[in-house]
Design a protein. Structure first.
Length: 539
């Protein structure tokens, strides 16, 4: 009786007769019975081949599934991999069915599996067609490797640029730190300089005011006419002594000014420093004896010739000795040694005085610097003497250094002047203190000389004129450069003495005009007066 078809498809699938009919072999003959030429070897050849084909078709999808799962977040076309895996499994199953039907002819089940294989095959093809352009657009491994290499190079360059930027940033930070430190140092230096300037101005005002007070006080008493002869002489000596002190202070300031502005010119000659040292010792003997200080000297036996300015060399030695006596207590000792050391002449002044603190030792030759600059200090002065020593020594091509074990242990100053090869006879030094020089001046030493004095200050002109007249000179005084130039032609003086700072035309300009004239006066000896008649600079 033929089967009825009034059941729906779902009921048919749930019917056990459908499945039993699907795997039923009724009415079919197994393949091994088809044909009579199946040998045992041929059976094994077919079945073994189908088995390994089936096994391979099963393992390949497993590997593909494992790969697709591992790269699921970055793998394109994942659905194609699933379809292709199902297609391979079904293809392998058809080979497995070939083995099965060799013994059990379930042709219905085999047909159903082939039908599913066909469906999956068509679905795979349908899925592959749209992705072929995308697949073809994908870059080849060579292109990808080239892009990876290019990208790697870009990253390397970017890292190099980043490292360079970091280094530049670190260098900029370091430069900024250095600049900040230099700015702070410059600020501290400026503050120190300002403090030193303020201290110097305070010291200068005190040092200038002290002798000026004495001069004014005694001058006022002298003008009153109430002093007896002995007290009047004491007043004159006091005025002269304090005027000399004030002149020395001003001379030191002018000396430093000439050094700073480069106007210090040395008159170099081959000289033997031994007479200079001896004369400097004699010049400071009165000051040492007044304080009961012992002076010792150790001089080199053989003559030592150096190329130097004798007056400036004397100034160096005199400043060092005066400084040593100033800071050595009563009953102390100051020693001076002159010796040759290698290719240098060494002048060493050593005292048993107050010594120098280690922190101040590097600044002992600085201008306007004093170990004690307070208003309660024991010793006076402007702190210029040692600075002048250093500058004059360096102008001679030498060096000066200070040594001291510490406070209360004395100090040693060493000047080294290079020995130069000289063939001339040593110049006789122009030595001796100013007071000694004044005491030996012939009152008529200028007799017969015609001297032209130029100064815009009336009192200074009168003073210079009086001094020169007392020494026998014929003088003519003028108040300015223009009047002096007119007088040169008419009077023809032997010597010209001029102030430096004058209105309209200063002393330097006056001398320059005289030197450039075609008259006899162009070879006229000339001198600048710096403070009265005490200090002259000859040109």
């Amino acid at each position: 009786m033929p089967p009825t078809h009034n059941h729906d498809h779902g009921a048919a699938l749930g019917d056990l007769s459908f499945w039993s009919n699907l795997i039923s072999a009724d009415g079919f003959t197994a393949r091994r019975f088809c044909g009579g030429a199946w040998s045992q070897e041929l059976i094994w050849l077919h079945n073994t081949s189908d088995f390994f084909i089936w096994l391979s078709y099963v393992l390949i999808p497993i590997v593909l599934v494992r790969f697709a799962y591992a790269r699921r977040h970055e793998l394109p076309f994942r659905h194609v991999f699933l379809l292709f895996g199902m297609f391979i499994i079904l293809c392998g199953t058809t080979h497995f069915m070939e083995i099965l039907m060799f013994y059990w002819p379930v042709y219905r089940l085999a047909g159903l599996i082939k039908f599913a294989t066909a469906v999956i095959s068509c679905a795979t093809v349908a899925a592959l067609v749209p992705i072929i352009p995308k697949a073809l657009a994908m870059k080849s491994p060579d292109v990808l490797e080239a892009e990876v290499a290019a990208r790697t190079a870009e990253l390397r360059d970017a890292n190099a640029a980043k490292d360079e930027l970091l280094q530049s940033e670190q260098k900029a930070r370091l430069d900024a730190e250095i600049a900040r430190n230099e700015a702070e140092m410059a600020q501290r230096t400026a503050e120190t300089a300002n403090r030193a300037k303020d201290e110097f101005l305070m010291t200068l005002s005190h040092e200038l005011r002290t002798p000026l007070n004495a001069i004014q006080g005694w001058a006022s008493l002298l003008s009153s006419g109430k002093l007896d002869e002995e007290t009047a002489m004491q007043a004159v000596e006091t005025i002269e002594r304090n005027a000399w002190t004030q002149t020395q202070l001003i001379a030191d300031i002018l000396e430093v000014s000439r050094i700073i502005t480069g106007k210090m010119v040395l008159d170099l000659h081959p000289i033997d420093p031994a007479p200079i040292v001896t004369a400097a010792l004699k010049a400071v003997e009165p000051a040492a004896q007044a304080r009961n200080i012992v002076l010792e000297s150790h001089l080199e036996g053989e003559p030592l010739l150096v190329s130097a300015d004798s007056a400036r060399m004397q100034q160096i030695v005199w400043n060092l000795l005066s400084n040593a006596i100033k800071f050595t207590p009563r009953g102390g000792k100051v020693s001076l040694a002159l010796q040759r050391r290698d290719s240098f002449v060494e002048i060493m002044v050593k005292d048993t005085g107050e010594g120098i603190a280690p922190e101040f030792l590097p600044h002992v030759f600085d201008r306007f610097r004093q170990a004690d600059s307070s208003d309660t200090r024991i010793h006076g002065g402007l702190g210029l003497g040692l600075a002048i020593v250093r500058h004059l020594t360096e102008l001679h091509g030498g060096t000066v250094r200070a040594e001291s074990p510490g406070l209360g242990q004395g100090a040693t100053f060493i000047v080294s002047i290079p020995i130069r090869a000289v063939a001339s006879q040593p110049e006789l030094p122009r030595l001796g203190s100013e007071r000694q020089a004044r005491s030996t001046v012939n009152p008529h030493a200028l007799s017969g000389l015609k001297i032209l004095v130029v100064d815009d200050e009336e009192e200074a002109r009168t003073l210079v004129n009086t001094i020169l007249t007392l020494h026998g000179a014929q003088t003519f005084v003028t108040s300015g450069a223009e009047e002096a130039l007119n007088k040169l032609t008419a009077w023809e003086p032997d010597v010209l003495i001029s102030d430096i700072g004058m209105p309209g035309q200063n002393g330097y300009q006056l001398i320059e005009n005289v030197r450039h004239s075609n008259q006899r006066s162009s070879r006229l000896p000339a001198a600048f007066q710096h403070s009265g008649i005490r200090s002259l600079e000859f040109t």
